[in-house]
Design a protein around this ligand. Structure first.
Ligand code: ARG
Length: 458
């Protein structure tokens, strides 16, 4: 028999495969809270404006509450013949309150309904991601404070470049997270207009109060164009783009944790709670969570490509392709939530090994730039020449098989007789980091200021 919701002009039932390809309940069931919330706002407005009578509106609202309680307690029974969450709710409403259930869908279409539900869902997802980013920042800032003076090698090309502090390094990720937070805040703000009441595509002849439903659902106001509203998914794209940027940043940090936890580095030890063992190699303590954060970034990017590609060729207004907007967003929300929570946990609980970091920083001639800067500052040598002289000192150290700071005064004098004992002092790691007091630099006093500023944003 034909579909009870739209089958009036149909004689027969859909093919089984038609039913299967058409059904979205297996994933849009995750939107049931938003669907019921939006329906309640809609029916309250229908009652207030007299589009339906107040008794029917009250009955429908009660029925919707009863369904919410049911779903909360035991989930819902999926029926592919009922296609999606919207028809599941309405059909259950009919079972509960009878014919008046049919009045709920007055002056709306599933097109504005799904756009509204999905916006509510995505807006929450933005708020959730922003809060999780803030929690990650708090963990990073705490560890940065603890290690404001801990010296580690700063790398370029993963080659020892100049010494930095671990606090400074961790604060770099606080900056990335700040930008990501602003992306989610910005996205949530931009999407905050309500599509409900634009109906199928052209608006509706009923005297709907779109301001009222927008307000009831926490939107800044109604959307301005019905064709755009029922087919716009920019808001989902904005969310997934912000999540992609977040995932890429998390992936970089995850990669560093993987490197730092490796035996040749040994900069960090992962606690039991954040590592896994091997079923064959008893000594193993693997950084699986970090690796999965790195892996998940690929899936988030995949979801972005899938969503963007789905949207690119659609004529106005609604097309069923738009139903496929949900799986990528649902996947991204799950992955980004897990990734942010795992990263916060790892950062808060991993053990840094300052001795290893210091030893690595000391072994790479990482203060060669400081020696060149000393020649510029103290002796007025042009930087290019100073660079060359310092390079000769590195060559001398390599020839002797020692680190740059182990050269003697005689060694230095033999290279350039303008070098004296105060030049030896700038070769130490602590002097090097302490000297980098420029705004945004790695000197511990600078890092402490950056930490204080960042705390204000939490
Ligand atoms: N399940 C559909 C979706 O997610 C709801 C909208 C159906 N609209 C329609 N014209 N068939 O997009």
């Amino acid at each position: 028999k034909s579909n009870p919701m739209w089958g009036g002009r149909f004689g027969g039932a859909p093919d089984k495969v038609m039913e299967a390809i058409n059904a979205s309940i297996s994933f849009d069931k995750h939107l049931w809270r938003q669907d019921i919330r939006a329906s309640k706002a809609h029916v309250a407005m229908l009652g207030q404006t007299g589009i339906i009578d107040a008794d029917a509106a009250a009955k429908i609202a009660e029925g919707l509450d009863a369904i919410a309680a049911e779903y909360e307690a035991g989930g819902l029974v999926e029926n592919p013949a009922l296609e999606d969450i919207h028809m599941h709710v309405e059909s259950r409403l009919k079972q509960l309150i009878g014919e008046d259930a049919g009045r709920l869908h007055t002056a709306r279409s599933r097109n504005d309904q799904v756009a509204t539900d999905f916006k509510l869902f995505v807006r929450e997802a933005c708020e959730e991601a922003e809060a999780l980013l803030k929690a990650l920042q708090a963990a990073l800032i705490d560890r940065a404070e603890e290690h404001a003076e801990t010296v580690m090698p700063g790398f370029t090309h993963l080659q020892s470049g100049q010494p930095v502090t671990l606090g400074h390094h961790l604060m770099a990720y606080v900056e990335m997270a700040a930008r990501d937070r602003s992306r989610f805040v910005d996205a949530a703000k931009r999407m905050n207009l309500c599509p409900l009441g634009t109906a199928a595509l052209a608006g509706t002849p009923y005297p709907v109060d779109r301001e009222a439903t927008a307000k009831a659902l926490g939107f800044d106001g109604p959307t301005r164009n019905s064709l755009d509203s029922s087919s716009d998914r920019d808001f989902a794209l904005d969310y997934v783009m912000a999540a992609t940027s977040t995932a890429l940043h998390l992936s970089r940090l995850a990669e560093e944790i993987v490197i730092w936890a490796s035996q040749p580095f040994g900069f960090v030890k992962l606690p039991d709670a954040w590592s896994t063992g091997s079923s064959i190699m008893p000594q193993k303590r693997n950084p699986d969570a970090a690796e999965l954060v790195r892996g998940h970034a690929g899936r988030v990017l995949g979801a972005l490509v899938s969503l963007a590609t789905m949207l690119k060729g659609l004529p106005l207004a609604y097309a069923k392709d738009l139903q496929d907007d949900k799986p990528p967003v649902l996947e991204v929300r799950e992955l980004i939530t897990l990734s942010l929570e795992a990263m916060r946990g790892m950062i808060a609980e991993l053990t840094f090994v300052p001795e290893k970091m210091r030893a690595a920083a000391a072994s790479g001639h990482a203060t060669a730039t400081d020696l060149a800067d000393w020649l510029v500052r103290e002796k007025g040598v042009p930087f290019r020449d100073a660079h060359h002289i310092s390079g000769s000192a590195v060559a001398k150290a390599e020839e002797k098989g020692v680190n740059l700071d182990a050269l003697t005064l005689d060694d230095l004098k033999a290279i350039d007789n303008r070098l004296d004992e105060t030049a030896l002092e700038v070769l130490t790691l602590d002097a090097s980091v302490a000297s980098r007091t420029s705004f945004g630099g790695t000197a511990p006093e600078r890092v402490r200021k950056a930490i204080a500023e960042a705390r204000k944003t939490l």
